[in-house]
Design a protein around this ligand. Structure first.
Ligand code: GDP
Ligand code: MG
Length: 179
């Protein structure tokens, strides 16, 4: 019998303030939050039926390292699909993506092999404050060998697409590679 349920563990990675918590909350509860405690780590669930199949998203909203404890390796082990997020209004967060990519690869111990990921430029509504162009985002995605979209957790732009299209397409792609 065909498996009618699919569980996907999505890890949200990126520097502080890029919008990880806001994206998780926007997608799972369909609201925009102005201020969310940056130190909280949380797991959100969202269930939906798509073409007669139940899709269960588990979304890990990661928190920064604490003084005596670094949860990063545990986050990496948890994750099936890595969402690497920067803010289009903050160049530094874009540069940090390379660091996250390297750390993830080191923990997965895969060196030059690939892992499932998507690159996100969030805060696309703040066009007046843009520091990273769409072209730069696309170029980085090409280097990382992954898909790229810009999102806005504030307006909701491309948030559903991120989960229901981009992530599901990536899962399908991986399946065909594994088969
Ligand atoms: P995190 O540290 O990555 O979890 O970042 P947060 O989710 O806490 O977001 C940091 C700040 O950016 C908050 O004030 C959010 O309301 C704001 N924010 C997040 N996403 C967006 C967005 O798409 N557009 C705008 N204008 N603000 C956003
Ligand atoms: Mg947060």
């Amino acid at each position: 019998m065909e498996n009618k349920e699919m569980k996907i563990k999505v890890g949200l990675f990126g520097s502080g303030g890029v919008g990880k918590s806001t994206i998780a909350i926007r997608f799972s509860k369909d609201i925009f939050v102005e201020d969310y405690d940056p130190t909280i780590e949380d797991e959100y669930k969202k269930e939906n039926d798509l073409n007669n199949k139940k899709i269960l998203f588990y979304i890990l909203d990661t928190a920064p390292q604490e003084e005596h404890y670094d949860p990063f390796p545990r986050y990496v082990q948890y994750t099936d699909i890595f969402v690497l997020i920067y803010s289009i209004t903050y160049k530094r967060s874009f540069e940090d993506i390379k660091y996250f990519n390297e750390r993830i690869k080191r923990i997965l111990d895969i060196e030059d092999k690939d892992y499932p990921k998507i690159l996100i430029g969030n805060k696309s509504d703040l066009t007046m404050k843009r520091e990273v162009s769409i072209k730069q985002g696309k170029e980085l995605a090409k280097k990382l060998n992954c898909k790229f979209i810009e999102t806005s957790a504030k307006t909701g732009e491309n948030i559903n697409q991120l989960f229901y299209e981009t992530i599901l397409l990536e899962i399908e792609r991986l399946k065909t590679i594994e088969e």
